[in-house]
Write a new protein. Structure first.
Lengths: 719, 159
């Protein structure tokens, strides 16, 4: 779908039932980018009510990352709205569809919420302000140029006349939206860059936020599902008669060829009956696969001749052959599950050829399409109610649970059915962060300068599993996140080769917060530390020497080193480690301070993180994302893993897949050093540097290099 | 029929006595602020107060608490924001996705009720609820603030 929209010809005004007779300001700002493969980039919508309430529509999804507030700040700043009047609401996916996706891409992932919509949402706000000023000027019979707007009030400077937005919005809405608006310069921003309060906080403190799992509808039923525990296996048979008389049970339904569901009056009753349901699985050819075999498979890629090229410059073979000394290491990580705290769920109602769903999704458009496909109806026969997500982290970009809910609801016409996955289903049927290993080889000259570096990834490809059409001649570009020429911080290394031996398994993989920057930054930053050690150089100074071609990376590294007082004495037993990375359009670095007791117990005391995301919309929220990303990332470095035995996931819940808790939380200090001129991501970039900074500090404390992650149960007692 | 005293109201429900309290609260009574996260008392999203003590409702049979006073997030304060813990949470902008926060707030409120001035070690020991967004640093800071607010206005600390 590649809609080409003619500039200025197609301004639309969609009516909304605005409370109190307020009128809507609608506009579209098509631009050249509308013709790109990513789809049309168009305007959004603000509704101003007579009491000045300013409702800003949001196309992306709020999953904790603060995009709802950040996007509203962008629009409200250009609109010159008083933040106290601002509210946000979701654009309904079916409305977006009916308007040729005028609100743009709804996909919320890759830390793109702000950076991919910043241009058109700000223009949207600027158009609104221009219309309000024009309407006021008209009413006063004065030139628009003599009027200014601020804090939801228009003022005619020569006479001092004033009109509130709520007073003139109805007239403004009758005007043709201008197409030539200019957005503010950073110096003119009033809301961008301010740590305003999130719009969604109060309801999250009182229990009032209605997540999709909290939807309650008249005559609603609930469904619990069992999916074949072995990936790729099938449902052979089930005996519904054994549970059909159990309390509350309405129906046992086959969902698809690998899934069965019990539908009951309450979810607890459905789950109880499901546990008693005799099910026979055809586990298929993968039923004997285990993690050891997968590790062995990955090892075959570390030295394989065939590999997909990430980037290269110079002559790595000659550099390594002529090196005075070499450093080599193999690192590895395991699968990781998102384990959003709100389990996968979706409510669906099939009625008279139409399907209606209530869902927390990272992509409203994709949920609509998945529901239509599962129901076998046209796209315009679907209604999607978007709810805030109880965690996303990439998992809710997939639509498997939407499809299942629709397939169940179609078998029970006229009644809404709420499908909820148990935590066990969630742990065992994810789209896991891919398993990879990495062999790194560096060549040094006699003075300890790096003459060449080869990083060979071996492991699973996300695109090969989820989007094979996006593979480019066997190359998965996502596998090289953090290591592309634009992202890689050590471009001054004269001879460089980064490649990937794709080794796929039967385990589903997907996008997990930070995606492959997690593994790649950990491999590279721990290895660079090893090379620095071999060259007998300070880890900070050594990095600096490799970063002469990467001033933005270097500036962030310097900022973190300064704040963390790198090189100054620490309390006895406390050691530092450092790491840096580029990814998702931003630059990040961290210094961790840890101690390891004589019993081998690790304590992370403090992590300082510096980040340059170009521009910062809301510094308090960026700090929150840094703190949170460290928890998510460190969980995978310290404890969490998904392992495979008999073709299935061995872990089932938070008892056997541990995650970080408050007691494990170090003090995190954020240093924001926005250098301006670009908009980088926020939710994901910083996740990559926490792990290697901690591991490098552990080496400083113990002399031990932990190369097989997660760290637990490694023995950290001093060697 | 089970009789339960939830947030000061008596609810009669036709659930079996061994039904976990969480599901009775969510599905029979219809209060959805208390969340399901794991079902095995690991994550704490289902935390409620039973006679003033924080408990994980997913692992308590509803039939065992018919004589108790049960308080959920909806009953913590009249307006949902004025309990010192809620006020401190707002001040520190603790929630991200928010799904675990009912449980975090209930756990923190019970801690402060028992220990108005908890040490860092007390907080680390008692607040073991999982937050996948990783809001722990702000939870710690907000508990400190709430402790100060509670001391300033002791009547608010009871729930």
């Amino acid at each position: 779908m590649n809609h080409t929209i003619q500039l200025g010809r197609r301004s639309f005004l969609t009516s909304v039932a605005a409370v109190g007779g307020g009128l809507s300001l609608g506009w579209s700002i098509p631009k050249a980018a509308a013709q790109s493969a990513n789809g049309a980039e168009l305007g959004i919508w603000a509704v101003i009510q007579p009491d000045d309430t300013t409702i800003i529509r949001i196309a992306r999804s709020e999953m904790g990352q603060g995009t709802l507030t950040g996007l509203a700040q962008l629009v409200a700043d250009e609109l010159d709205a008083d933040w106290r009047f601002v509210k946000a609401e979701y654009v309904a996916p079916e409305v977006n569809l009916a308007n040729k996706r005028a609100w743009g891409d709804m996909s919320t992932g890759g830390s793109r919420g702000i950076r991919a919509s910043v241009d058109y949402v700000r223009k949207g706000g600027a158009v609104g302000r221009a219309m309000l000023i024009e309407a006021a000027a008209k009413q006063w019979g004065v030139p628009a140029g003599e009027c200014s707007a601020a804090m939801s009030v228009i003022t005619h400077k020569p006479t001092g006349k004033r009109l509130r937005y709520g007073e003139i919005a109805a007239e403004a809405a009758k005007l043709t939206p201008p197409t030539d608006v200019k957005v503010k310069t950073p110096a003119e921003w009033t809301l961008i860059g301010r740590g305003v309060k999130r719009l969604d906080t109060p309801d999250k403190l009182s229990g009032k936020t209605v997540f999709a799992i909290d939807v309650r509808l008249p005559n609603m039923l609930s469904a619990a599902i069992a999916q074949c525990p072995v990936f790729g296996g099938k449902l052979k048979s089930f005996d519904a008669s054994k549970v059909s008389a159990m309390k509350g049970v309405q129906k046992v339904v086959q969902v698809d060829d690998s899934t069965v569901a019990v539908v009951a009056d309450k979810w607890f009753l459905a789950k109880t009956a499901l546990a008693a349901l005799p099910i026979v699985w055809d586990e298929g050819p993968n039923a004997t696969v285990n993690s050891k075999q997968i590790d062995e498979l990955l090892k075959t890629g570390l030295d394989a001749k065939e590999a997909a090229l990430g980037q290269r410059h110079g002559d790595i073979d000659a550099a390594l052959a002529g090196a005075a000394s070499k450093v080599e290491a193999v690192y590895g990580t395991q699968y990781q599950n998102h384990a959003t705290l709100e389990p996968m769920n979706c409510t669906a109602k099939w009625d008279d050829g139409k399907i209606e769903i209530w869902v927390g999704s990272q992509n409203g458009d994709a949920s609509l399409a998945a529901a239509a496909e599962a129901a076998g109806v046209r796209l315009d026969a679907v209604i999607v109610h978007k709810h805030h997500l109880g965690g996303g982290f990439g998992r809710r970009g997939q639509q498997d649970y939407v499809r299942q809910a629709v397939l169940i609801a179609k078998q029970i016409p006229g009644r809404p059915v709420q499908l909820i996955w148990s935590r066990e289903e969630d742990m065992q049927h994810g789209f896991y962060r891919p398993i990879t290993q990495c062999k790194l080889t560096a060549g040094l000259d006699a003075q300890g300068n790096v003459t060449g570096l080869h990083a060979r990834i071996s492991g699973q490809s996300i695109l090969a599993y989820l989007a094979p059409q996006r593979m480019e001649n066997g190359v998965d570009r996502v596998a090289f996140q953090g290591w592309t020429p634009e992202e890689f911080g050590y471009m001054a290394i004269p001879n460089l080769l980064i490649d990937h031996a794709v080794r796929n398994t039967h385990v589903p993989v997907g996008f997990w917060r930070g995606v492959n920057t997690n593994q790649n930054a950990l491999y590279m930053e721990c290895f660079i530390d090893e090379v620095a050690h071999a060259a007998k150089q300070d880890p900070l100074e050594f990095r600096r020497s490799l970063m002469t071609k990467n001033p933005k990376h270097l500036a962030v590294l310097n900022a973190v080193a300064e704040r963390a007082s790198w090189g100054t004495p620490l309390p006895k037993g406390v050691y530092r480690g450092i790491a840096q990375n580029g990814g998702f359009g931003s630059y990040t670095a961290a210094v961790a301070e840890v101690s390891v007791s004589t019993k081998g117990e690790l304590k992370i005391h403090r992590i300082v993180c510096a980040s340059d995301p170009g521009h910062v919309v809301n510094p308090d929220q960026v700090a929150g994302q840094i703190e949170g990303s460290f928890v998510f990332g460190l969980s995978s470095v310290l404890f969490s893993k998904i392992t495979i035995d008999k073709g299935r996931v061995e872990q089932s819940n938070f008892n056997d897949n541990q995650v970080m808790r408050l007691a494990d939380m170090p003090k995190v200090e954020s240093v924001l050093v926005p250098s301006g001129g670009f908009w980088g991501g926020v939710g994901e970039p910083t996740i990559a540097v926490a792990g290697p900074a901690v591991l490098n500090a552990i080496f400083a404390a113990t002399g031990k290099r932990i190369r097989a992650l997660p760290l637990s149960p490694a023995d950290l007692r001093a060697a | 029929m089970l009789k339960l005293d939830i947030n000061g109201e008596i609810h009669e429900v036709d659930a079996d006595p061994d039904t976990p309290l969480l599901w009775v609260i969510r599905e029979w009574v219809g209060l959805t602020g208390t969340k399901y996260g794991c079902g095995i008392a690991e994550c704490g999203a289902c935390s409620v107060h039973i006679d003033g003590v924080v408990r994980r409702s997913c692992s308590i049979a509803a039939g065992s608490v018919t004589a108790a006073k049960i308080v959920t997030i909806e009953g913590l304060s009249a307006d949902g924001l004025s309990h010192p813990v809620q006020a401190a949470w707002l001040q520190h902008e603790v929630p991200q996705c928010g799904y675990c926060q009912s449980g975090q707030i209930m756990a923190a409120a019970a801690l402060l009720h028992e220990k108005p001035n908890p040490t860092e070690a007390d907080v680390a020991q008692v607040i073991s609820n999982i937050c996948r967004c990783g809001t722990y640093q702000r939870i710690k800071a907000a508990i400190d603030t709430a402790a100060a607010l509670t001391v300033a206005s002791p009547a608010n600390g009871k729930a």
